[in-house]
Structures are given as C-alpha cells and as structure tokens.
Design a protein around this ligand. Structure first.
Ligand SMILES: *[C@@H]1O[C@H](CO)[C@@H](O)[C@H](O)[C@H]1NC(C)=O
Ligand SMILES: *[C@@H]1O[C@H](CO)[C@@H](O)[C@H](O)[C@H]1NC(C)=O
Length: 224
C-alpha cells in the first residue's frame, strides 16, 4: 500500500494576497450567499459596456429569507481587475489591479434566486469610487477564520476531483491514484473563499499509460 497524504489548498473563487476588509458577515457558511453575490456581480459586469471588470473583494452583510426560492439581501465590496469587460472572462479568473490604479465599489443588492428555473432577479445599486484608501475598515468576527465544512459537501468533492486529476497528471508514479478518505475540510472567508482540505489517496491498478483518467474500474491496490 502506498498512501499519500495530500493537502489541497484551493481557491474556488478569488484568491488574493490583499488584506481582506474586515466587516460584519451574517451568513458566513451559506454557499447560497455566494451564488447570490455571483449573480449580482455578473449582472453588474454584464451591464457595463467599457472599462474593466470588477471582482468580488468581500461580502460584508448577507441576509436571506427561508425557503427554496430564497431572496437575498447582500452588501458586498468589489475591486477593479485587469480583465477588460469585452473579454467576457469570469470575474473569478481575473486578478485585482494594483491599488494605486484601481477603482473599488460597494454594492447593495436584492437577489431573488429561482432554483427550479436556475434564474435570478437582481436589483442593485453600486457606488464606485477611485479612492481605495477611503475604504472603511470595520470589526469582523468571522472573516479570515477557517470554518469546518462537511466532508461530503458537493463543493469539497468537486475541488478534490480537480486536485486528484492534477496530482495524477503531474505525478511521476506509474499508476493513477485515487481518493481513499477525506480527513478534514475547512473553508476560509476572505476575498472569495479559500478551501483547505486534507485527504488521502492510494495507488490503483490503473496505469497512467493505459488510462488517461480514473474510471470506476480503477481499484486501490493493497500491496503490502
Ligand atoms: C424582478 O424584480 C422586479 C423588481 O423587484 C419585479 O418587478 C419583477 O417582477 C421581477 N421579475 C421576476 C421574474 O421575478
Ligand atoms: C482493477 O481491479 C478490479 C478489481 O479487482 C478489476 O475489476 C479491474 O478490472 C482492474 N483493473 C485493471 C485495469 O486491471
């Protein structure tokens, strides 16, 4: 048996070295809040004809109504990126412009998510300013902390699938490796969300030569 312990540090949204702005955050662990913010920000970027896209910097406040067709109230800060609006790049893939040249903005949005039709109705107001230094810093209890996540959440499995694919692509081992166990999964609320997942993989009986990727046929081998 040849187990490997791997730590996946992953940013599914946007990762930045910038210090996050601390602030109030009511629903830290609600992935739906992020979907609502994503919908609102996409709409904001989509409505701009020229200039650069904005990426999420931090979610400052979030409230939601109960039930499947949730209505969200979100207040979030955005930061100018170096992606031109015309490029149509998802904002998650854009990097922040240097502070000295960047514009920042604060948006208040009401987002109605219709889960059945996968649509959202956004009404929002964004105030853009070019003075990044005026960004107010307020007290934040949960920004920057890691929060435990359920290891069977779909976000965790999506991230791991990509991570293991990458591992197999880059490894110099002859065999493909497969997930055996997720030891721990945590999420950090910063500019975007960071995930920290500790998991274990083991060698399978599929060789890299014969299999481009893992298939259900690939089983963990238990060589001593
Ligand atoms: C979207 O929101 C606007 C403003 O609140 C409302 O008038 C409109 O009916 C909504 N549309 C849908 C499809 O919910
Ligand atoms: C791997 O082992 C499983 C179970 O023993 C077997 O069904 C499968 O065919 C094997 N795969 C390969 C590529 O040898």
């Amino acid at each position: 048996m040849k187990p490997f312990m791997v730590l996946a540090l992953c940013c599914s949204f946007f990762c930045s070295k910038a210090t996050p702005l601390p602030s109030e955050f009511s629903d830290c662990d609600d992935p739906d809040v992020f979907k609502a913010v994503d919908a609102a920000l996409k709409k904001y970027n989509g409505e701009r004809a020229t200039g650069n896209q904005f990426a999420l910097y931090v979610v400052m406040e979030a409230e939601r109504t109960a039930g499947p067709d949730a209505q969200f109230y979100v207040k979030y800060r955005i930061f100018e990126t170096s992606c031109a609006v015309e490029e149509n790049t998802p904002w998650q893939h854009c990097s922040y412009k240097p502070s000295a040249e960047a514009k920042t903005g604060e948006c208040i949005a009401r987002v109605h998510m219709n889960d059945a039709e996968k649509t959202s109705n956004v009404s929002q107001d964004c105030k853009i300013s070019s003075d990044v230094s005026k960004v107010r810093v307020i007290q934040a209890p949960c920004l920057g902390c890691y929060h435990p996540l359920s290891t069977d959440s779909s976000q965790v499995s999506e991230i791991l699938e990509r991570a293991i694919q990458n591992f197999n692509k880059r490894s110099t081992e002859a065999a493909l490796f497969k997930l055996v166990e997720i030891k721990e999964a945590r999420r950090q609320v910063v500019a975007g969300w960071n995930y920290k997942i500790i998991y274990e993989i083991e060698e399978t009986n599929c060789s890299k030569d014969q299999f481009p990727d893992l298939t259900p046929e690939c089983r963990v081998t238990s060589r001593g």
